[in-house]
Design a protein around this ligand. Sequence first.
Ligand code: XUL
Ligand code: CO
Length: 436
Amino acid sequence: MSYFPEVTAKIKYEGKDSKNPLAFKYYNPEQTVAGKTMRDHLRFSIAYWHTFMGGGQDIFGLPTFAHSWHHSSDPLDRAKHTLAAAFEFFEKLDVDYYCFHDRDISPEGSTFAETQKNFEIIINMAKDLQQSSGVKLLWGTANLFSHPRYAQGAGTNPNAHVFAYAAAQVKAAIDATHVLGGENYVFWGGREGYETLLNTDMKHEQTQFARFLHMAVDYKKKIGFEGQFLIEPKPKEPTTHQYDTDAATTLSFLREYDLLDHFKLNIEANHATLAGHTFQHELAVSATAGKLGSVDANRGDTLLGWDTDQFPTNLYDTTLAMLVILEQGGLGSGGLNFDAKPRRTSIDDIDLFYAHIGGMDAFARGLLAAQKIIDDGVFSRFISERYASYQSGIGKDIMAGNFSLEKATAWIAENGEPTRKSARQELLENILNQYI
Ligand code: XUL
Ligand code: CO
């Protein structure tokens, strides 16, 4: 049985002049770029929740998609069909990785035990499908935000009973990720934030959230799970104030609560926009701290201002993102996970293919442009010259900690006014355009 009968073969690279909508124009998985295949550079991953569980619903409207794998009225049967459709999709799109939440891959039961039973059945099936297809798990995570019990948070819930429920759910999700050989495990603080300080003890919530994460770190060590723990910053939606607002805030939280050694960040493009930053900024803040672990590749719509989770198509964004990724030496155990959904008007199953093909081509072009920028030393040469005064004389003393306010006063008395230099922004932007 096929869920995607219109796609009769694996999607292939046909080059930029191809008119075939079911072909890659730029993503050529086996093409080598700076000693590594495009496949290994980009490590594409499919987000289970959007691609297979998304129905096209939004806050004003009902689902618009009618996927064949959702037809069964029995939740577990539906989950099995969905999993089979997912692996057919991974193989036809020729993508090596996927990501899931516990509650999108398997249904919530009427008790905790029944939920765990469902999860176990589906995880066993996923294990077999991974083995037969060679597709791997980039990361697993727990959905601690959809169920009404989590309305006031999970690790930050004012009720310890809810905290315990969330902790038990995370244990099962880490176990599943471990069994499936997941390369990472993600914590997105869905409802870990607050709406009003009139009912919130902020210090308490942050401290209990840190306890939650420490418990996960202890458990990871105990079972020998080698995957990387990741935190995914997001500034708002669903709560007004999220504790993991952006990369800098999250790094500071991890440092304050002695968690920094155990986590890296999963940076999502649309979350960066919502935080009032560029995607490149959030990637660079993480990479500068040695903490850029993985990427949720999508884009927002600045005219709408909410988390639209669109597929990435902007070549400036993909090029500048790949520049940061290449400069830090690649994605490591992370990947480019398409946390993105087709618009609710793109109602056909085939639209899922078009959407992913476009995103993959956009990142392939970003990779090629970024590598050329690096090879030509375009910006790196300018930047090192811009800071050259710190290589000798007083600059060297400043960086070595051998300067002081008194020395500065004496030195300025002798040397006077500095010579001003242009930062050349427009020229550099013109040069960037030559590479896009
Ligand atoms: C929500 C979001 C999540 C995380 C995983 O905005 O991005 O899907 O990626 O929980
Ligand atoms: Co995400």
